[in-house]
Design a protein around this ligand. Structure first.
Ligand SMILES: [Zn+2]
Ligand SMILES: [Zn+2]
Length: 200
């Protein structure tokens, strides 16, 4: 199985990296439970490179996930209580069942996301270190600013990331070159401070 990758390039030098460094399943060992680690692409000072960086859970994001779930439940309640008598039976079938099924699917998925997020926050509640570079373990790293990534349209113009290449005049941009890489299913274990556990 292969997956599309985006290429990060510098607008001024020949720096070029695929974003496949974020691939793979990483987890915290939390007692006997594996808790999935979230990662993003960012810049590490000691590595002087684009690397996968840990994303630590925050209260604000948990509240957002909670609100999204609550909003979906309200929508489903409305859908269920809408008077079916106002619709003809064929409309009822076409609209009611599909909307209801979609909302139920979305609620299930939002519910799972929230539970996973809460578990990650509980696991990391005693965490003292900042998010780490997953290559060298340094805390001296930061995610790139939010930016779009195009994976399929090779005609698309390069997308600026808003991040200047340190020590260089250029800005990092993402480019879709139509590259696909075969998917390596790796698993890596970490302690609750984000340090890799070698013998897991
Ligand atoms: Zn550069
Ligand atoms: Zn590093």
């Amino acid at each position: 199985m292969s997956m599309p990758v985006a290429t990060y390039k510098c607008s001024a030098c020949d720096f070029s990296r695929w974003d496949s460094m974020t691939w793979g399943y990483r987890y915290y060992v939390y007692g006997i439970v594996k808790v999935q680690m979230r990662v993003t692409i960012g810049w590490c000072q000691p590595c002087s490179d684009l690397v996968a960086i840990e994303v630590l859970p925050i209260a604000k994001r948990e509240a957002e996930l909670h609100q999204q779930l609550a909003a979906l439940r309200i929508e489903l309640d409305k859908e269920l209580s809408a008077s079916p008598l106002r619709r003809r039976w064929w409309q009822l079938r076409a609209t009611n069942s599909s909307t209801q099924a979609r909302l139920e699917r979305e609620i299930k998925s939002a519910d799972e996301s929230l539970a996973e997020y809460r578990l990650r926050r509980a696991a990391l509640s005693t965490r003292t270190s900042q998010a780490r570079c997953l290559l060298c373990s340094s805390e001296d790293c930061a995610p790139l600013p939010p930016h779009e990534v195009e994976y399929f349209n090779i005609e698309a113009a390069p997308v600026p990331t808003g991040f200047m290449h340190p020590g260089c005049e250029g800005e990092l941009v993402t480019v879709c070159e139509g590259t696909r890489l075969s998917l390596l299913l790796t698993e890596k274990a970490y302690d609750l401070e984000g340090r890799q556990l070698i013998d897991h």
